[in-house]
Design a protein around this ligand. Structure first.
Ligand code: ADP
Length: 306
């Protein structure tokens, strides 16, 4: 019952500033935060915090960030035997500047994530074959994802794909290798050319994704709820818990990781119920600042229920 994530590790470096500097200018920021991130790592941590058995296949640089990110994955109980340090390469970084208005500007350097090649996926064939679920996202090269998904397919492992961050260069044919696709409204639009901003249009986008390969397609719409479409089933809209959002960073990753936990650990749970529970857990995470730090463990969630 293992989830294997083939994905990214990114060091987030966040500076808070009264305003953005102009080119050539320095401004004095108010505070600084560094934290572990990357969609692969975030999803792995979200699932592991709930109690799933999770392993991540990833690459980091031979620098202090690589070491720190491996340590934090281990602290969250994510298996890192397939996280390798790449010599002469930096760990991926996201240098984020957040202004007082809450706007952000981000420079991402993919660094070691770019080494997540088809060869890396092939070298982990046996590990993928032992998984119950393989999870992929978009912060690593598409050829790596495609090969990892193929390895899973060949060995009857369920495949879960979160095509985030969305981009127009995505080869849509990759969906033929996917069982469960989970997108937000933007990613759904990249895949289907349907603007999925409303519940009605997200229904159409989710159903269009089903025609591209997956048996299950999910579109998350932030506070507007989640659309769940399944082959030969009626598409449904699942409303989300009402909360006061303070930081929505990483909410989509929390949703994906939590859903993976329910799908692998509670196999008898109806998929609609699994989606509902994942959306509640993701709603809780937006009430706290930070990314992985905002994900609650099973024990913390049980306390919230009391
Ligand atoms: P992404 O972070 O990928 O853009 P969403 O914004 O759709 O994805 O958020 C993913 C999930 O996080 C939602 O399905 C929901 O469960 C939760 N969520 C996000 N924003 C809110 C919010 N403002 N209120 C309640 N839940 C939220």
């Amino acid at each position: 019952m293992t989830i294997v994530v083939f994905g990214s590790v990114v060091q987030d470096l966040i500076s808070y500033t009264p305003r953005f500097p102009r080119p050539g200018e320095s401004v004095c920021g108010t505070s600084f935060l560094a934290g572990p991130g990357g969609k692969g790592a975030n999803q792995a941590v979200a699932a592991a915090k709930l109690g799933a058995n999770v392993e991540i296949i990833a690459r980091v640089g031979s620098d202090i960030f690589g070491e720190a990110n491996i340590k934090s994955l281990n602290e969250a109980n994510v298996g890192t035997k397939s996280v390798q340090k790449v010599e002469q390469c930096s760990t991926a970084t996201a240098t984020i500047t957040v202004s007082e208005e809450g706007e952000n500007s981000i420079v991402v350097v993919l660094g070691a994530n770019e080494k997540m090649s088809a060869e890396v996926a092939k070298s982990c064939r046996e590990q993928i074959g032992k998984a119950t679920l393989l999870m992929c996202q978009n912060e690593v090269p598409q050829c790596g994802n495609r090969t990892a998904l193929q390895m899973a397919r060949e060995q009857n492992v369920t495949t879960f794909y979160n095509p985030a961050p969305g981009n127009s260069s995505l080869e849509k044919s990759i969906l033929a290798l996917v069982d469960i696709v989970c997108t937000n409204e933007n990613e759904a639009e990249f895949l289907t050319d349907i603007k999925a901003e409303t519940v009605e249009s997200a229904f159409k986008a989710a159903e269009k994704m089903l025609e591209m390969g997956p048996h299950t397609a999910i579109v998350t719409l932030g506070p507007k709820g989640v659309i769940l479409a399944r082959k030969n089933e009626k598409t449904v809209h699942i409303p989300v818990l009402k909360v006061t959002a303070v930081d929505t960073t990483g909410a989509g990753d929390c949703f994906c990781g939590s859903l993976a936990y329910f799908l692998t650990k509670m196999k008898d749970l109806p998929v609609e119920e699994a989606v509902k529970r994942a959306s509640i857990i993701a709603a809780h995470c937006v009430t706290r600042k930070g990314t992985q730090a905002s994900y609650r463990s099973r024990e913390e969630l049980e306390q919230l229920d009391k």
